[in-house]
Design a protein around this ligand. Sequence first.
Ligand code: G4F
Length: 322
Amino acid sequence: MKRALITGISGQDGSYLAELLLAKGYDVHGLVRRASIEDASRQLAKLGPLQEQITFHPAALENELSLYKLIAKVKPDECYHLAASSFVSYSFEEESSILTTNFSGTHFLLASLKEAVPDCRFFFAGSSEMFGTVDAAPQNEATPFNPRSIYGISKLASHHLVRNYRNQYGLFACTGILYNHESPRRDFKFVTRKITAQAARIKMGLDDTLYLGNLDALRDWGYAPDYVQGIWQMLQHDVPDDYVIASGVNHSVQEFVNCAFSHLGLDYRAYVKVDPRFYRPAEEVPLRGDASKIRQILGWQPTKPFEAIVAEMVDHDLSLLT
Ligand code: G4F
């Protein structure tokens, strides 16, 4: 039986990955903050009844010694590093903590694996934000990186670490360059879930306005369970490598809003207001991924189109209210 350690197991991707690995017969371990174990009914809610089948370990990504001890104790065959401070909008005060959690956390994990379990296969959740301000779309594994946020910088620096540990120390370490991926388990601060949750509230007569930032912003939105499948496939391949995972299609925030409200029989124009607090400038060239490499080499393919993802999220949020 293979043993997997997942950081960020309580999040959207972590919960889908735990589900996938348990279904494949893995012994699944999750690194979580102590507060998550103490407040399990809320903080581990995305895992539902699967919680019973998972071994949780309280540890902080910022603490190298506790990570080393955990790795040496669990001795995983595969380690999926999904945990991160993942909200791109940040304030100056948060820069140090984002860098520490995202970059040092990745470093401590890699260093611990190299010392304690060098044969463990390692996945790192990179981001399209590593490309940042780009000259051309779509982007692929050969596109130059030019991050524009501290989040993107922390992910890119970690990606270089992953490559360094692969090339210098022979670790089976891979980065998935993940574009936006959504589902009913997405956190409410991200625009898609903010839209579907509020659209459901408006439909139920519980609210009448949705405040958003830039409606013209374009994103490449895919389906989280599909991306988790790709993540798993990366660690099953013969050789470690880095892959873009993306839908390859851009939609605007306005298109997402329209799709969500239309699904509920509502005209979004009656409810949506732009609030400068949520505004981020649009990119001149949008982030749109070219996933040809993972499609060709690993046979990965997305299963759910944009409209179906939006519909699933809206239906889920409506069901929470009814
Ligand atoms: O949903 P978002 O906050 O996601 P963002 O910034 O693209 O980041 C997500 O995807 C990245 C790439 O995969 C990940 F690395 C990252 O961890 C995260 O998962 O914003 C999406 C777009 C932006 O262009 C933003 O300007 O929506 C626009 N937007 C417009 N109004 C808004 C809002 N975003 C948020 N969060 N809230 C708004 O009211």
